[in-house]
Unconditional design. Structure first.
Lengths: 269, 781
């Protein structure tokens, strides 16, 4: 209950922020040369906080990724619509993957035997709606220049988690939401899982450049927060008490989503 | 490139034979018609500011990069480092020439330039090769100066021409400049400064060494110039007198005592202490300390020249005038008129008044000079008034520069009196004086001069709203009339006996001795009061004017217009609520000014790199300027804003009309900008203003440009965009903005900003949008 209240308070704060920003920045004069649509591909790289954590704790496991700082990556496709000289709205779809088997935090799920190490591989689709507000004080005019971007996302993720028994690795493919994810299998026991939708919020700071009047370069940093409560009825996890502890992979996964850098290339049609 | 010895012909680019023939015919007509030009202006009545004619010379038509490439290709040097520096110098000097060209100050094919070129022809008649490499222009500047560039361009200021006594002095100064060119002094000084070949030498160089090098060059130009001068048939006296011109160049072009009667009339008398008993003597020492000067002092220069002159000083048969005394005097007069005009444009009002005063001695009925005095007095009144200073719509360059009269204590000679008087006048006194002068001029022009009318109206507003004056503050009777009336009232018996002479039957007594004494004392008092006005001299300033119904009616009209609330509130640009309303509207709709067409005057672009020794990045500036032209074109088109550019760098050789339009517009905008915070002061540079508005079909003239600054200390590049749009008819800035963009000056950045600017200018105002600017004084008429 308490968690729900926190979530709605945050959501309300975000909504207020969007509305107030619109009031401040709205101007009917259109933005950059009257261009209205921007197609954008963004490459995101996420510092691996688990890796960092392990690194700081000087842990080492057989997976090979622990104990060092790595970056995970994701890809985003988006469409912006420039409403006026200071703001744009947009929608995006992002694909996130842990790619190789990723060390996770052992939890109670599937812990039928004490594992030598606990791993998972996961991927996610994140659907987002957002506003971009170009910053008046640095004289940015949409879609060029410095901006802030509050966004709301719906996130689904899927993956495979497994427990290693120390045997040699093989490579298998596993379908998750229409994608095939490659992972190393060093586990004797594994299980597929799906989860979602989760509701998330993100806030980005970015800066765009335009070349040759058509090509846009976008770069910045994003901070996001995903609600661990499932928005739909999932038999396995429908509240914080049960959802969070039984899904350590989600915890790790979302932890990695916490902040990321991005660089993108866009087209002004 | 070998060019014709004829300076006018030099300025012609290659064309087809037919075009060449047509051009030759036109130029011949111009040249043979030049004496006719002398009579074209009747200075005794009026003056029209001088303008260029014919075809634009190559330095105007060629772009900066073209000129730089041409000059760079001519440079040869075996030493690679020196070669690089020489090329750099060629680029820099062309950049400065280009800047001068774009300033609109350079004259060509006009009567003064034609005359000065004739004198140069005379000097170099035995050296056609050298003559063909020189391009001589006159530049509109009140400063007494002449200078030469290494590519053969010599410039002579109108300020110098206004101070010369004869043609031979001009010839000697031109000889001096020719030596600078022949001996390549500019580039040698540049190389000496950077001293590329010897680092240890460079280290040992001090500022004094650099200045000494410059002094040596000047001495060389004097002495070798004298040798060249000897080869002419000009009078040797010019050598000495030319140095006198330089020595006293800080003074106005003539010294005549500034008298009270110039601004006084029957009823307006300045108090005694408003005039100095004696103005400061002219000190002008010729042996001044020149240790921090690029030139040796005058005494040293004279000595150096004298040592060479004495041996061959045979003045017999030599002349003060060879080309024409008449043309010299004509050129000098024009230069003096221009100097008066330029003082006005530079907001140097005391000098404008004093110089006009001198010329009015020669041409007492000249309207143009009287207008300059009227405008100068008006601007002084305007600046002294808190009413005008209270509002500001201009926030770009120079806007915070508050106008201050130079202290009279720093001035020598008779012109000191003007400084003293203007300094002494209070706001009310200055306004009264200006209105007195301007209305009389307005009246003598039959109330038909639009600007004089505007000036008078603006002065009424300053007087009534700024100084809280009403008709009651001004006497309709002169002091003499009032004093006489008083005395007659107080001494009726005296009146009966003395004034009427014969005693009526009812009064039959003798006037006593004491009554006679008192009557005599009264008479003397009247004379005393009339002769020496008291402090409240403004009370009687309008006695004559108030007899003019038009004046009294106009005064009453502005009294009726006077707002009931505090004038500062009424006349401030926007009240708080208005500002809020404007801000809200701008947030919602942008500025939405509904402008259909605009004239863009000389768009500029500078790229500065503060991390380099050379702050200006010339290459980036040139390419940026070209790019900027494209940006303006693309975005104005995209925003559907019709526009015309007045930019000398993009004019064709036969665009002299556009060039003159540019010069006029530039003068207007420069003066408007210089007024800065005094945004309601009328602009005085209004020659051809109405014609410009009619010709281009718009009231809106835009001054805009980009300055890009790279500075690692500031962590990156900032692009500054300056925009001011003036409604020239109303003389107000309708849009003024400086944008600081923390981005590179890329085409995308500029496109983004300029599309936004043009779009906001063109967008029609929403129906709900109210007028945000208080109507101006002249609107109310």
């Amino acid at each position: 209950m308490n968690t729900k209240r926190i979530f709605f308070t945050k959501f309300l704060a975000l909504a207020l922020l969007v509305v107030s920003s619109l009031q401040v920045s709205a101007q009917k004069a259109p933005g950059y040369q009257g261009h209205r649509f921007v197609l954008l591909y963004e490459f995101n790289f996420h510092p691996d906080l688990n890796g960092l954590s392990n690194f700081l704790n000087d842990q080492s496991t057989s997976s090979g990724t622990s104990g060092s700082i790595t970056f995970l990556k994701s890809h985003t496709l988006s469409v912006d619509y420039v409403m006026n000289r200071r703001s744009a709205i947009g929608a995006s779809i992002a694909f996130f993957s842990t790619a190789d088997a990723h060390p996770g935090t052992p939890g109670p799920v599937n812990s039928t035997a004490t594992p030598t190490s606990y791993n998972y591989t996961a991927s996610a689709l994140i659907y987002s709606l957002y506003f971009k507000f170009f910053r008046q004080h640095s004289n940015s005019i949409a879609p060029l220049g410095r901006y802030i971007k509050p966004e709301i996302s719906i996130l689904y993720y899927s993956g495979t988690q497994f427990i290693s028994n120390g045997q040699s690795s093989t490579t298998v493919y596993s379908p998750t939401f229409g994608y095939f994810t490659q992972y190393k299998q060093v586990a004797a026991t594994m299980s597929d899982f799906t989860s979602g939708p989760h509701v998330g919020m993100a806030y980005s700071f970015g800066k765009t450049f335009i070349f040759a009047n058509r090509i846009m370069i976008d770069r910045g940093i994003r901070v996001s927060m995903v609600n661990l409560l499932h928005a739909t009825t999932n038999a396995n996890a429908n509240d914080a008490k049960t959802g969070f502890p039984i899904d350590p992979a989600a915890y790790d996964f979302l932890n990695n989503q916490f902040f990321n850098f991005f660089i993108g290339i866009g087209l002004l049609p | 490139m070998i060019q014709s010895g004829n300076p006018e012909k030099q300025s012609q680019p290659n064309r087809t034979p037919l075009m060449k023939l047509i051009r030759t015919l036109i130029l011949s007509a111009l040249l043979t018609g030049s004496p006719a030009l002398i009579h074209a202006q009747d200075f005794s009545k009026d003056y029209s500011p001088i303008s260029s004619t014919g075809f634009l010379p190559p330095i105007f038509v060629k772009s900066f990069s073209q000129k730089a490439i041409e000059d760079v290709s001519k440079i040869k040097d075996k030493n690679h480092t020196t070669l690089t520096k020489k090329k750099q110098f060629a680029i820099e000097s062309n950049f400065h020439i280009d800047h001068l060209v774009r300033s609109g100050s350079i004259l060509f094919n006009d009567s003064i330039s034609a005359y000065v070129n004739k004198v140069l022809d005379e000097i170099l008649k035995n050296d056609p090769e050298l003559r063909s490499s020189i391009q001589l222009f006159v530049i509109k500047s009140p400063l007494v100066n002449a200078f030469s560039f290494d590519n053969g361009i010599i410039l002579v200021n109108t300020g110098l021409l206004s101070q010369l006594d004869d043609e031979s002095q001009l010839a000697f100064i031109l000889c001096h400049e020719l030596i600078h060119y022949k001996r390549k002094h500019s580039i040698n000084a540049y190389l000496d400064l950077v001293n590329v070949s010897n680092t240890s030498y460079k280290k040992s160089r001090t500022d004094a060494d650099v200045l000494n090098y410059s002094k040596d060059q000047e001495t060389e130009a004097d002495t070798a110039g004298l040798e060249l001068f000897k080869s002419t048939n000009y009078d040797f006296d010019a050598v000495h007198s030319a140095f006198d011109v330089m020595q006293y160049s800080y003074l106005p072009f003539d010294e005549q005592e500034f008298t009270r009667d110039f601004l006084e009339d029957n009823n307006l008398h300045f108090p005694k202490d408003y005039f100095l008993d004696k103005t400061a003597p002219i000190k002008a020492d010729d042996n001044y300390d020149d240790s921090k000067s690029s030139h040796p002092n005058i005494r040293k220069r004279k000595t150096a020249v004298n040592s060479r002159l004495d041996a061959s000083y045979i003045n017999k048969g030599r002349k003060k005038f060879i080309v024409s005394e008449k043309r010299f005097n004509h050129a000098k007069d024009i230069a003096r008129f221009e100097t008066c005009r330029l003082y006005l444009l530079d907001l140097d009002y005391p000098n404008a008044i004093y110089s006009s005063f001198i010329l009015l001695k020669k041409y007492p009925k000249n309207i143009y000079l009287k207008k300059i005095v009227s405008k100068s007095l008006y601007e002084i009144a305007s600046y002294k008034s808190s009413l005008h200073g209270a509002e500001s719509v201009t926030n770009v360059f120079g806007s915070d520069a508050k106008y201050e009269l130079k202290s009279f204590e720093d001035i020598e000679g008779f012109s000191q009196q003007v400084y003293y008087l203007l300094q002494k006048l209070s706001s009310e006194e200055a306004t009264t004086l200006a209105l007195n002068y301007s209305w009389k001029l307005n009246s003598s022009l039959g109330y038909a001069d639009k600007q004089e009318k505007q000036i008078c109206d603006s002065l009424f507003v300053i007087l009534i709203q700024g100084n809280e004056k009403s008709l009651a503050d001004y006497s309709r009777k002169s002091r003499a009339e009032i004093v006489l009336e008083d005395s007659l009232k107080k001494v009726p018996v005296v009146k009966a006996d003395i004034v009427e002479g014969s005693a009526p039957d009812t009064v039959k007594r003798e006037v006593s001795k004491y009554e006679k004494i008192k009557a005599q004392q009264k008479k003397e008092e009247v004379v005393e009061i009339i002769t020496h006005a008291d402090e409240n001299f403004t009370r009687y300033a309008f006695v004559d004017l108030l007899k003019d119904k038009a004046f009294a009616n106009r005064f009453q009209y502005f009294l009726d217009q006077k707002p009931t609330s505090s004038p500062s509130k009424k006349h401030s640009y926007n009240s708080y609520s208005e500002r809020r309303k404007t801000a809200k509207s701008e947030r919602k709709f942008g500025r939405a000014m509904g402008i259909d067409k605009v004239v863009i005057v000389e768009p500029f672009f500078y790229h500065m790199d503060l991390n380099n020794k050379q702050k200006m990045d010339f290459k980036a500036t040139v390419s940026g300027l070209q790019n900027f032209q494209t940006v303006i074109k693309d975005n104005a088109t995209k925003a559907k804003l019709d526009y015309v550019t007045l930019d000398p760098q993009h004019m064709k050789e036969d665009d002299v009309t556009s060039y003159n339009d540019f010069v006029n517009t530039n003068d207007w905008i420069n003066e408007r900008l210089m007024h800065g915070y005094n945004a309601r002061a009328l602009v005085t540079a209004t020659d051809n203003k109405d014609a410009l508005i009619a010709k281009y079909g718009t009231n809106y003239f835009m001054w805009t440009g980009v300055v890009s600054v790279t500075n690692k200390g500031l962590r990156g590049t900032y692009t500054y965009i300056y925009v001011i749009v003036y409604d020239m008819a109303k003389e107000i800035a309708v849009y003024s903005e400086t944008r600081q963009v923390k981005m590179r000056d890329s085409q995308a950045t500029l496109n983004s900003q300029y599309y936004d600017i043009f779009n906001q200018m063109h967008q029609p105002a929403p129906k709900s949008k109210t007028v945000t600017r208080a109507s101006t004084d002249q609107d109310s008429n």
